[in-house]
Design a protein around this ligand. Structure first.
Ligand SMILES: CC(C)(COP(=O)(O)OP(=O)(O)OC[C@H]1O[C@@H](n2cnc3c(N)ncnc32)[C@H](O)[C@@H]1OP(=O)(O)O)[C@@H](O)C(=O)NCCC(=O)NCCS
Length: 294
């Protein structure tokens, strides 16, 4: 369905007809800085890419034109994703005029009103300030962070996941807001300082003198990934394995784990499911398995 905004017209993507115009965006390395792949070399390659995107199940993509009918970019929803994912891209010379926000708002309105979706989300590289600003203008709220590595990059990067729920849908309260593993250890204070040396983080609470129970929050905010430590009673000694996603810091974490001089630290290895990981075994036998995209 065609959509219109005060300054723009949006027509369902036609890869064959629109590739030439959209190549101004997809063929520009600056525009493609944060994309999942490098810039395309030719309009024909852009057309193949657009055809692939458009063929994914659930994809809803619109080519955006200005008042003069010139193609400025593309907005819409990606196909083949678990939760409907927003996408937007504009030719470089059209940035800074509010076109992305205006066009994406129309796409979201369509998604909520006509397609009946109950939520949309955007995955944005943490360094993509312009795209994060679009999310903010649209009212998307940051829900969490993931680590990803694109095939054409050498290093993983941090991805912010932002979400917006359909205001017309009744929202059930989130049943679980946080899961916190509890590790029984022989000396809570010593394990806290060991984990802080490796993982940084803040002590969110501690109880007892000497400390019997304590919480360690690993992110920079009051909430985030966290671990609770309790004094082990004789019966509670079975070792626990925790999997920790480490984004880009895997080698640094490994260095710190080795430097702590505690427990056993295995070297980072590449796993068949696309991550590098290493295991840090605490003195009680608990295993912390750190991983980052390979
Ligand atoms: C992300 C992207 C689409 C954002 O484009 P953008 O032009 O910065 O975003 P908007 O269209 O919302 O424009 C907002 C800007 O236009 C300005 N503006 C000018 N006239 C305006 C008007 N009439 N109405 C609204 N805003 C206007 C705003 O003040 C704002 O300026 P600022 O950037 O100086 O704060 C663009 O940078 C892009 O194509 N990036 C590469 C592709 C990409 O990374 N996509 C996202 C992957 S997650």
């Amino acid at each position: 369905m065609k959509l219109a905004t005060p300054r723009l017209s949006l027509a369902p993507l036609d890869p064959a007809a629109d590739a030439e115009g959209l190549h101004a965006a997809y063929g520009d390395p600056e525009v493609m800085t944060w994309w999942t792949r490098p810039a395309t070399a030719t309009a024909a390659e852009t057309q193949r890419l657009l055809a692939e995107e458009n063929a994914r199940s659930g994809a809803m993509l619109w080519t955006v034109r200005d008042e003069g009918g010139t193609v400025v970019g593309l907005v819409g929803l990606l196909g083949a994703v678990e939760i409907p994912g927003l996408t937007w891209i504009l030719a470089r010379h059209t940035w800074g005029r509010g076109f992305a926000t205006e066009a994406a708002a129309a796409a979201i309105e369509y998604a909520f009103t006509h397609a009946g979706l109950d939520r949309v989300e955007a995955w944005v590289e943490a360094s993509n300030a312009r795209s994060l600003a679009v999310c903010q203008r649209l009212g998307l709220v940051r829900q969490g962070t993931l680590a990803q590595r694109y095939a054409h990059r050498t290093h993983p990067h941090e991805v912010a996941v932002l979400g917006l729920t359909n205001p017309q849908h009744k929202q059930e309260p989130t049943p679980v807001l946080r899961v916190e593993p509890v590790l029984p250890v022989t000396d809570v204070a010593a394990t806290l300082s060991l984990l802080r040396a490796v993982l940084s983080g803040r002590v969110s609470f501690s109880v007892g003198e000497p400390v019997e129970v304590a919480g360690l929050v690993l992110g920079p905010w009051s909430v985030g990934p966290s671990i609770r430590l309790v004094t082990a009673s004789g019966a509670q000694s079975a070792p626990v394995t925790l999997a920790l996603d480490a984004a880009t810091e895997l080698d640094e974490l490994h260095r710190r784990a080795v430097a702590s001089g505690a427990g056993r630290v295995e070297p980072p290895t590449e796993q068949p499911w696309g991550v590098r990981e290493f295991t840090f075994e605490l003195p009680e036998g608990h295993r912390l398995v750190f991983s980052a995209p390979a």
